[in-house]
Design a protein around this ligand. Structure first.
Ligand SMILES: Cc1cc2nc3c(=O)[nH]c(=O)nc-3n(C[C@H](O)[C@H](O)[C@H](O)COP(=O)(O)O)c2cc1C
Length: 182
């Protein structure tokens, strides 16, 4: 099996990270991989906000938790849930509000980055819930702190960091989801 396929098959949504920051040259490669993703009309109406400031990461984590708690999505046994899983880095993908295919574009970029990260032994997880931290009036200040451009909406994020468990195993996949018409 070639290395690309192997990295795709080994990728895991990491939920525990080492506190150590990832290296800048690795981060650059991950972002290059994200920007290389397919996107509708090659309009590239996306923005990558790379957050490595601990205070801002904590603010995103806290606001996300509060937003989930407010809508009753946090059970009593989930009070220690950390939506960013204490990852030392987060890439927030936002896209121009008028962009028709922003979800698809940003998802493609996110997955390219996840696989690139895996190839560098860096863990990652596709995250949707942190979007809540940027919603409404309350999220405005955080949007500014994260340099989300005006007129852009947050689509998804990717947490990044060296995994605490170096031996993470991918979760099993269903066998009954493929049809062949030959
Ligand atoms: C659209 C989408 C949204 C997701 N949102 C979250 C999220 O908010 N929080 C989280 O912990 N994982 C999130 N995930 C990760 C999935 O839970 C994870 O990919 C799935 O359980 C399969 O596990 P794997 O990534 O280890 O293969 C999301 C994944 C996708 C594709």
């Amino acid at each position: 099996m070639n290395e690309t396929i192997s990295n795709i098959l080994k990728r895991v949504g990491t939920t525990a990270y080492q506190p150590k920051q990832i290296k800048d040259d690795e981060l650059d490669l991950i972002i290059r991989a994200g920007k290389a993703a397919p996107n509708a009309f090659n309009a590239q109406n996306w923005h990558f906000s790379v957050i490595q400031d601990r205070e801002i990461l904590e603010a995103i984590d806290r606001k996300t938790f509060q937003a989930l708690d407010e809508i009753g999505d946090i059970d009593e046994d989930e009070r220690d849930y950390r939506p960013l899983y204490d990852a030392p880095a987060l890439i927030i993908l936002s896209a121009a509000e008028e962009s028709q295919f922003s979800k698809q574009d940003c998802s493609c970029a996110n997955q390219n980055m996840a696989v690139a990260a895996k190839s560098l032994n860096i863990g990652s997880r596709y995250l949707d819930v942190p979007n809540m931290a940027f919603e409404g009036e309350q999220g405005k200040r955080l949007r500014q702190r994260c340099r989300i451009p005006d007129g852009y909406e947050v689509i998804c994020s990717l947490s990044l960091g060296y995994p605490a468990d170096q031996d993470e195993k991918p979760s099993p996949r269903r066998d009954d989801v493929v049809s062949y018409v030959r």
